[in-house]
Write a protein that binds this ligand. Structure first.
Ligand SMILES: C[S@@+](CC[C@H](N)C(=O)[O-])C[C@H]1O[C@@H](n2cnc3c(N)ncnc32)[C@H](O)[C@@H]1O
Length: 220
């Protein structure tokens, strides 16, 4: 739980929830510190816990993550899914890919996590064009592309498929009447995404007040 401006829960609630958490996993704690110090936008720890719980609950083994960053969520997803699972995760920045691969190697998950360097939309389109289904997609990449990511992934979702999307409240701006001009495109895209997620007949969805807002949907 972070005490940042984009957290939806109050700081006192955040502190309480942090207080009841067991000791952090050492590698994840190191990655959180690494990300804090270098301003890498990794998922909040409570969102990571949610990813682990939903992965276990759904039995997902074919997982796609859009936006790898340093590999934090990819490691959480792969650990939760177990050794038979495969995580394909996409990151466009080559230096960040290198860092992610380093952490993934230290986690002993190189065989399980395929870090693809490239544009998330293009790579997702390639995945969609190939045979096979997706059990769980974690959308945590270009906010303006969220609606398109959803369109592409929907026909590929397996019968018990899960969609999770981070930052869908975007620092609270998604719910504000006045939005700064430089955030307008992101906010409009996220509003369109949230509407699509909750109204799509192939999905049952909810937007959760976790971190910066998490969209969570399962196949109907
Ligand atoms: C919020 S971070 C992902 C954090 C990661 N999911 C986690 O929780 O550990 C978003 C990442 O998307 C990457 N990114 C931005 N634009 C991209 C694009 N067009 N294609 C692929 N990756 C992109 C950024 O470099 C950044 O590392």
């Amino acid at each position: 739980m972070k005490h940042a401006r984009d957290a939806i829960l109050g700081a006192d609630q955040g502190a309480y929830l942090e207080g009841i958490e067991p000791a952090r996993d050492p590698l994840l704690a190191e990655m959180e510190q690494y990300a804090r110090e270098r301003r890498h936008p990794i998922s909040d720890p409570e969102v990571a816990s949610f990813l682990a719980v939903t992965t276990r609950a759904s039995g997902a083994t074919r997982i796609v993550e859009l936006g790898t960053n340093i590999g934090y969520a990819a490691i959480v997803l792969a650990r939760a899914a177990g050794p038979a699972a495969r995580v394909v995760t996409i990151e466009h920045d080559p230096k960040t890919v290198e860092v992610a691969r380093g952490f993934i190697e230290r986690a002993g998950l190189t065989a399980q996590i395929d870090v693809r360097q490239g544009d998330a939309l293009a790579e997702l389109e390639a995945i969609a064009a190939a045979p096979g289904e997706i059990d769980l997609v974690y959308i945590d990449c270009v906010k303006e592309d969220y609606p398109r990511y959803l369109e592409i992934v929907l026909p590929k979702l397996s019968a018990r498929g899960v969609v999770i999307a981070d930052n869908v409240m975007w620092k609270g701006l998604v719910a504000k009447a006045e939005v700064p001009a430089n955030e307008q495109a992101r906010v409009e895209a996220l509003r369109a995404f949230n509407r699509a997620l909750v109204s799509e007949p192939r999905l049952r969805a909810v937007v959760l007040p976790l971190g910066d807002g998490v969209g969570y949907a399962v196949r109907t």
